[in-house]
Design a protein around this ligand. Structure first.
Ligand code: NI
Length: 169
């Protein structure tokens, strides 16, 4: 297994919508293993393939990545079928948006459909933290970062900081 490089804002690759995964083959399994390893090492609660440079509709997540016992979930070609309510996700962050956190308005509950790593159809009805994680990761597959969902003023604070850092290095 390998630790992958996580792309960070403002890398343009992160802005592009991913393609559905057509074949779940050995290469897919290796990508998933590497994505999981990368997520646990970070550590993060979720990782979308696009963040690791793969233009594919795949996410991995574990809402308690620091627990000794891993509870890894894989979703291929996930999509939100139903969404309901509203919740403020507090202090949301992203491995592709280092050193920045913000509250984000999210749906309270979502019904998500996709395939597991063996290609079996799965449906997940989620609320609470898992609901937020699924929305965040599925956003990645559509080229959306959580900073796209906050106020323009807050986003500017971050983008200015990044631009300054880029000039320095
Ligand atoms: Ni993220």
């Amino acid at each position: 297994m390998a630790i992958l490089k996580i792309l960070t804002y403002p890398d343009k690759f992160l802005k592009q919508p991913t393609k559905p995964l057509e074949n779940i083959d050995g290469q897919t399994q290796k990508m998933i293993d590497d994505m999981a390893e990368t997520m646990y090492q970070a550590p993060g609660v979720g990782l979308a393939a696009i963040q690791a440079g793969f233009d594919k509709s795949v996410i991995v997540y574990d809402v308690a990545p620091r627990d000794e016992k891993r509870d890894l979930h894989v979703l291929i070609n996930p999509r939100i079928l139903e969404k309901e309510g509203s919740v403020l996700s507090e202090n949301e962050g992203c491995l592709s948006v280092p050193d920045f956190r913000s509250d984000v308005r999210r749906y309270a509950t979502v019904l998500v459909e996709g395939l597991d790593r063996d290609g079996n159809p799965v449906r997940i009805e989620a609320d609470g933290f898992l609901s937020v994680v699924l929305q965040h990761e599925i956003d990645h597959l559509n080229g959306i970062l959580f900073i796209d969902r906050i106020s323009a003023l807050k986003r500017q604070l971050y983008t200015r900081k990044v631009k300054k850092q880029m000039k320095k290095s």
